[in-house]
Design a protein around this ligand. Structure first.
Ligand code: WTA
Length: 656
């Protein structure tokens, strides 16, 4: 059994960095030596080299009260100044910060000088609205330059933003506003999605509506509204303010005040194992240090020449760290795209890469797999030769998708960095260095210089090479979460209790070290199945299924089973191109046999259901919980976080 899994996981293709890339790379192998020699001194150096401090710090890390870390605690800085003003002062005001592309095809280039000016004005508007250091401001915006300006203006004041993804409902927005006690909401009338205006302001109005004594009184005093969709909106005089009226009228003079390095920067809500989202809290100096460090070294950023594009929405952590803070702290030029990948045509992303000459591209495996499903002829219709580095984030990337990404998008030559991290870690933790590491498709591989992780058993003991276990972070890191908003106990319980005797951070992910010691992420431990006492990863079986020529996408769940404890149940989408040539008869059987062949009879799915769609959240994550309900013949649970709530009834019908 073990050896069969090994066979699948020890994907033996290796890709060395192209020589020229390696020679010119920002990060060279000596970065590992520098970090290993003295880890704290290393981070101190990164903080000094990458950021501008109003007052220098004298201590790098204070870990005297674990798990509550303080990084660079007596240093003071302004985060927005670091992302804006200092680039202008250095003579780079004319450099483009944002190459913005609206979904309908309108576009805007915003320079560092322009963005700095805008952020100063917004900061002045927010001050007039009563926002002070420590106050919370909710941001509920589409992917427009104002979203970034809003975040930076809040940061500039030492206030705390809570960005809520524009796809979340009024109820979710209300829960987040209440939990954080937000004073102001920054929103838009609407934004473009899938070819039409998707309204946002009405959701804010609903979230703030009179509660008739139900629940807490709304804490929000003002709503600042960007006009984007031109859709009709209702207006509450005195509370609501148009951005396009207030911001241009405000002064562009604003001196950034310095705040403590541990001043909170933002709260970002993420789902945990319970129903209630957790408000993950991040602070300033450490977060910005690791954001800038990882963005520069993992993406090999040459700010004078690169055009960088991360497709994440600012509503997620990837958008916070790799759209707003990392790139701007580093003075990068980046693309910002408002809409969906397939609007108005399936090649929209590739068209944008061609139009702006994107050199560094960062996206999620789920997107790559949906492009695979459509076929390579779409990207092949565009000139993607400007690309020199590709990144992946959010879930394990199966080797087939990895290789397709490299071949079809990367022209068969670009390095791929598979980056493992979490909302809680704030920035990338495990990743290849693109000019140094020989990459393996499907493995995130090695912790970054300065980061220490391990794979351990349930008791916290190192498992060694060629073995699986739980991923832990063994030493504090600069961009680590500082807590859960309003719930310090939950913070300790969720992440630190499991290995409290060792002081390890428990990531909640299963992982495995291969014979070289490289790390393979196996998915959340709650998605790891136990079949007849054998541990199987959903990701691993999915990887096998999508390696079959017929399969476009697959999701696997562990359903309870009388005999084996859990049984593997697979939901599979078949490629249209396959169905054009073959009959689907017997395919479920063939796929069961295929998995058995690929991994071993123990992994053979009990059931393979051929379905038309999979239930995904708006951020593209498959909701296995719902599939487990179907697989176990239960009534399907709460579907409110699905992008398309109708999909479960379709799947249930197909399974029946
Ligand atoms: C998963 C996203 C495998 C993992 C930045 C983690 C990954 C969760 C990878 C965090 C990767 C993220 N390989 N799995 N490269 N990146 N994950 O908070 O399970 O949205 O715990 O942060 O995504 O998701 P989150």
């Amino acid at each position: 059994m073990t050896s069969q899994i090994d066979h699948l996981l020890s994907e033996n293709r290796r890709f060395a960095p192209p020589e020229e890339f390696a020679r010119g790379a920002v990060a060279q192998a000596d970065l590992y030596d520098a970090a290993a020699a003295d880890r704290e001194a290393f981070w101190g150096r990164q903080a000094k080299d990458l950021l501008t401090w109003a007052e220098p710090f004298s201590e790098v890390l204070d870990w005297s009260n674990p798990p509550f870390a303080r990084w660079f605690a007596d240093g003071r800085l302004n985060v927005a100044y670091n992302c804006l003003d200092r680039h202008v002062e250095a003579g780079n005001g004319d450099r483009v910060a944002l190459l913005w592309e609206g979904e309908p095809g309108d576009s805007r280039a915003v320079t560092y000088a322009e963005l700095t000016d805008e952020v100063k004005r917004v900061a002045n508007v927010l001050t007039e609205l009563g926002v002070d250091a420590g106050d919370r401001v909710a941001v509920y915006l589409p992917m427009i330059p104002e979203a970034i300006a809003a975040m930076l203006a809040v940061a500039r004041l030492g206030a705390i933003h809570s960005v809520v993804f524009g796809g979340f409902s009024a109820d979710s927005l209300r829960a987040r506003i209440d939990d954080a006690g937000a004073k102001v909401v920054i929103t838009a009338d609407g934004g473009y999605r899938k070819g039409k205006v998707s309204p946002l302001k009405p959701a804010v109005d609903m979230a703030l509506a009179d509660r008739g004594g139900q629940g807490p009184q709304a804490t929000v005093e003002h709503v600042l509204v960007v006009r984007r969709g031109q859709n009709e909106v209702e207006w509450t005089p005195g509370r609501d303010i148009w951005w396009h009226e207030a911001v241009p009228a405000a002064s562009a003079e604003h001196t950034a005040q310095a705040f403590d390095a541990e001043n909170p920067l933002f709260i970002l809500y993420t789902s945990g194992t319970t129903g209630k989202p957790k408000g993950i809290q991040h602070t300033s100096g450490g977060y910005l240090t690791q954001a800038a460090y990882t963005h520069r070294n993992v993406f090999d950023l040459h700010p004078e020449t690169d055009v960088y594009w991360c497709t994440a929405d600012v509503g997620w952590i990837t958008g916070h760290t790799y759209v707003t803070y990392g790139p701007l702290a580093n003075g990068a030029t980046q693309v910002l795209y408002e809409g969906t990948p397939d609007t108005p045509h399936p090649g929209r992303w590739w068209e944008i890469i061609q139009k702006y000459g994107v050199t560094i591209f960062y996206t999620a495996p789920t997107a790559i797999r949906s492009f695979m499903k459509i076929g390579r002829q779409v990207p092949q219709g565009f000139d993607l030769s400007s690309l020199r580095l590709l990144g992946s984030v959010g879930e394990p990337i199966n080797p087939e998708a990895w290789v397709w990404y490299r071949e079809v998008i990367g022209g068969g030559s670009t390095p791929i960095v598979d980056t493992w991290w979490q909302t809680e870690t704030g920035a990338i933790m495990i990743s290849a260095l693109p000019g140094v590491t020989e990459t393996k498709p499907g493995s995130a591989q090695v912790p970054l210089p300065g980061i220490t992780v391990d794979v351990v058993d349930d008791a916290g003991a190192h498992v060694g090479n060629d073995a699986g276990g739980l991923l832990v972070v063994t030493e504090p890191w600069p961009s680590m979460l500082r807590g859960i908003w309003g719930d310090p106990e939950r913070f300790v319980e969720t992440y630190w209790e499991k290995f409290s005797d060792k002081g390890f951070y428990f990531a909640g992910d299963g992982a495995r070290r291969d014979e070289d010691g490289d790390i393979w992420l196996l998915g959340r431990v709650d998605d790891v199945m136990n079949v007849s006492g054998h541990r199987l990863s959903t990701a691993e079986i999915e990887s096998a299924l999508v390696a079959h020529e017929a399969t476009a996408e697959a999701a696997v769940v562990g359903a309870s089973d009388e005999t084996t404890g859990q049984a593997v149940v697979a939901f599979v989408i078949i490629k249209q191109s396959y169905l054009d040539k073959h009959s689907p008869d017997g395919l479920a059987q063939a796929l069961r046999a295929w998995v058995s062949e690929q991994i071993g009879p123990i992994a053979r799915p009990r059931d393979v259901y051929i379905v038309g769609e999979l239930p995904k959240t708006r951020s593209g994550k498959i909701m296995r919980r719902l599939l487990r309900d179907v697989a176990e013949g239960r009534e399907v649970g709460d579907t409110t976080t699905l992008a398309d709530t109708a999909v479960m009834s379709v799947i249930s019908a197909q399974v029946r």
